[in-house]
Design a protein around this ligand. Structure first.
Ligand code: 5GP
Ligand code: ZN
Length: 112
């Protein structure tokens, strides 16, 4: 499958690893939107939030377990934001579900 983030998980495209376990991989975003900006993904390919179902939703739970671990690992105790863009109007540009983990600056709300 021609998927950028599957290639990153496979090590075919280099990335700066932040966290890894059996189910989840997290790496530095190439175009950071905050002083800390990780992309957190399930290793298994799911295209987008719209395709989460009872067979794969445990992987999304694993992503959020990983985010709590990354928060401790990276000392994000002041807070952070988790963002998922889904589909064209949601601003998704890579078709492998991913969660932006943004931190170390004040993040406006609503986001616009
Ligand atoms: P989306 O717009 O789909 O929600 O987010 C895709 C994210 O992936 C963007 O923040 C973009 O900077 C990041 N990205 C795209 N290509 C690469 C890459 O080759 N390496 C890394 N580390 N990040 C990438
Ligand atoms: Zn993929």
């Amino acid at each position: 499958m021609d998927c950028l983030f599957c290639k990153i998980v496979a090590g075919e495209i280099p990335s700066t690893k932040i966290y890894e376990d059996e189910y989840v991989y997290a790496f530095a975003d190439i175009d950071p939107q905050a002083p800390f900006h990780a992309i957190v993904i399930p290793k298994e390919h799911i295209c987008c939030a719209d395709k989460i179902d009872e067979t794969n939703s445990f992987l999304i739970a694993k992503v959020f377990e990983a985010i709590a671990k990354i928060s401790k690992q990276e000392n994000l105790e002041k807070g952070y934001r988790v963002v998922n863009n889904c589909g064209e109007q949601g601003g998704q540009t890579v078709g492998h579900i991913h969660f932006h983990l943004l931190a170390r600056r004040n993040l406006a709300w609503p986001p616009g």
